[in-house]
Design a protein around this ligand. Structure first.
Ligand SMILES: Cc1ncc(COP(=O)(O)O)c(C=O)c1O
Length: 382
């Protein structure tokens, strides 16, 4: 695919050309588990679908092009993609992870990889000096989410990429919340990007999937080995659905952000709302970084209600268009309560230290008409 094409064009065409046999414009869903060989070991690039599959390969090419990377390695979930990245480490290696990371990612590090000998430090990465102070001789990986989940704090990818470069270690950025429409970490110095494609990349809440993108050949080789050896691969049908979702990703992201920005301003002035976390608001602690690092401030809003747990529970039961459910990034708006839902696996004292209070609610702003969403929030807050 030509390198000079615009992002919106790549989202529709990267890795995809009309089928030479039939002219089909959409990529086929190749369900075959195995592929004929002319002689043992002589084949047309595919042997067995756990190892490689045409629909999966198309998805890997497309997301790699969108993130500005050379290699894409797809997995059965975002968690499987994260596990593969952590699986490239050896016992005794040390990982520094941002304190406000997705609860499931921290659980993976703390409950699965720490017992296998991986050391993990959880650090507030909004200040570079905190990360520098946490470095150890055996540090191999910096793991960043930006915006973080659920508090939407931002981390300066360029500074951390510089630090990782000077230390000879790798920087991983979970780009699930921002997507390559809003920021492209590989171009800012990250060594790998990980996505839960379950979220914005697919965008229609009907797939669980994950992918890693990288330009680092050695890392890509290890990840491809793990993809095949562990076998946590996405089905061809799921790959097709994500490819289909990607075609509208740029349009969807612009609308998610436009509506979220308007709702964040509305919530910020509402008497029932104590605090709004949204990188597009000038009062956000990293608003300047948001304007530098992201093309738009994102489709997620987190806010703190006056009235704590009781108010949050009442709010979650009262909205109609905002459906009470985990996950994010779909066309439909969702509302959730991090303390009892997505971040329930984070110990209560850690949640308290991070500021994930009982009155905190998180909104994934969908593509419905903004006045309808605003009216839904207004009714529920009342
Ligand atoms: C930022 C982030 N990373 C990774 C994951 C894990 O992805 P999956 O649910 O596809 O395993 C999630 C899930 O919510 C997430 O929000």
């Amino acid at each position: 695919m030509r390198a000079d094409l615009h992002f919106d064009t790549l989202a529709i065409h990267a890795g995809q050309a009309p089928d030479p046999q039939t002219g089909a414009v959409m990529p086929g869903i190749q369900l075959s588990s195995t592929f004929a060989q002319q002689a043992p070991g002589q084949h047309r690039g595919f042997e067995y679908s756990r190892t490689d599959n045409p629909t999966r390969r198309t998805l890997e090419h497309c997301v790699a092009a969108l993130e500005g990377g050379q290699q894409g390695i797809a997995f059965a979930s975002g968690s499987a993609a994260s596990a593969a990245l952590l699986g490239t480490l050896a016992p005794g290696d040390h990982v520094i992870v941002c304190d406000d990371v997705y609860g499931g990612t921290y659980r993976l590090m703390d409950k699965v990889f720490a017992p296998l000998g991986i050391e993990v430090s959880r650090v507030d990465m909004t200040e570079l000096r905190h990360v520098e102070a946490a470095l150890r001789p055996n540090t191999e990986l910096l793991w960043v989410e930006t915006p973080t989940n659920p508090l939407l704090k931002l981390v300066d990818i360029k500074s951390l990429g510089w630090l990782a470069g000077t230390e000879g270690i790798r920087l991983v950025v979970d780009n699930t919340f921002a997507t390559p429409v809003l920021q492209r970490p590989l171009l800012l110095g990250a060594h790998a990007v990980v996505h839960s494609t379950t979220k914005y990349l697919n965008g229609h809440s009907d797939v669980v999937g994950g992918i890693v993108l990288t330009d680092d050949e050695a890392l890509a080789r290890k990840l491809r080995f793990l993809q095949n050896a562990v076998g946590a691969v996405p089905s061809p049908f799921d790959c097709y659905l994500v490819l289909r979702g990607l075609k509208t990703l740029p349009l969807r992201m612009r609308r998610h952000c436009e509506t979220a920005h308007a709702l964040a301003i509305y919530l910020d002035s509402h008497p029932q709302v104590a605090k709004v976390h949204y990188p597009g608001l000038p009062a956000h602690p990293q608003h300047a970084l948001a304007t530098r690092q992201m093309s738009l401030p994102g489709g997620m809003i987190t806010c703190e209600l006056h009235g704590g747990l009781a108010a949050a529970r009442a709010m979650l039961s009262a909205t109609e268009l905002f459906v009470c459910a985990e996950s994010l990034g779909g066309v439909e708006s969702l509302i959730e309560h991090p303390a009892s839902m997505t971040h329930a696996s984070v110990p209560a004292e850690t949640r308290a230290a991070l500021g994930i209070t009982d009155g905190l609610i998180r909104l994934s702003v969908g593509l419905e008409a903004e006045p309808d969403l605003r009216a839904d929030l207004e009714r529920a807050l009342r």
